[in-house]
Design a binder for this molecule. Structure first.
Ligand code: GLP
Length: 245
């Protein structure tokens, strides 16, 4: 896993956004999987500004929501779809039909998961955040490396974090997530981590053995995964080995 460390949150957002918009331009029809949570918000702000300035476009992109909470009202502010629409989708030029959400209200969830998995195919770029317990998407510790898109129960820790997205009004206990195998199939993966609350999990990510008990550690075996972090999140990382002379 390549590590790109930026000193401040502003540097982090500028750098990731510049690389992201370059990726958008590089492929004729980029297939993206997009995380929600708070971490990517400064990046999405920069993307919106770039599109408004005519410097980037989602015109030819295909965007898939990484995960979605279940058992909470469809319009609730903390639903992943609502978060991503507010932060990015509704403010850029992505054609509406090319934003793929996950309908956790559907009666037949297994069919929804199968349809999502088939539609995703091979992603060009997946953006991930990381939970303080090492989850990616809603793949909690113990998620099988070969797992596909499916319904999952959320750990107590994830439920406690998730309730903030809903202003404390709802606490989701389950969700549907792109699976570990779905994510690992992506040609490129960017793991995003900022702030001191991610320092301990980044240390674990880079120092503990690769194991499904720490789902993000499986990303270390991916040929094209980059961790983008700021100094606060990187504070507990072991020092980088010296570059060869
Ligand atoms: C949440 C989401 C993840 C997100 C992660 C980190 O539970 N399911 O997709 O990446 O936890 O969230 P945040 O960026 O708000 O710290």
């Amino acid at each position: 896993m390549e590590i790109v460390r930026l000193s401040t949150l502003d540097d982090w957002a500028d750098t990731v956004a510049a690389r992201f918009t370059a990726r958008l331009a590089a492929r004729p029809a980029p297939r993206l999987c997009l995380a929600t949570g708070n971490t990517p918000l400064p990046l999405y702000d920069r993307c919106v500004a770039a599109v408004r300035a005519g410097a980037a476009s989602f015109r030819d992109a295909e965007a898939f929501l990484l995960d979605e909470f279940g058992g909470v009202p469809r319009e609730a502010e903390g639903r992943c779809e609502q978060m991503l629409r507010r932060a990015l989708i509704d403010q850029v030029d992505l054609p509406a039909a090319r934003f793929h959400t996950i309908d956790t209200d559907a009666a037949d969830l297994e069919a929804i998961c199968r349809q999502y998995e088939a539609a995703v195919g091979t992603l060009d770029l997946t953006l991930l955040g990381i939970g303080t317990n090492g989850h990616i998407g809603m793949n909690e510790p113990g998620a099988p490396p070969d797992s596909l898109t499916r319904r999952v129960d959320l750990s107590d820790e994830t439920q406690r974090s998730a309730t903030h997205y809903f202003g404390g009004r709802h606490t989701p206990t389950w969700g549907v997530t792109a699976g570990m195998a779905t994510v690992l199939r992506s040609r490129e993966i960017w793991l995003l981590a900022t702030g001191s609350s991610k320092a301990a999990i980044l240390r674990r990510l880079m120092t503990e053995p690769v194991s499904p008990l720490l789902p993000a550690s499986l990303l270390r075996q991916h040929p094209r995964c980059i961790l983008f972090c700021d100094d606060a999140a990187a504070a507990e990382l072991p020092p980088a080995p010296p570059r060869p002379a």
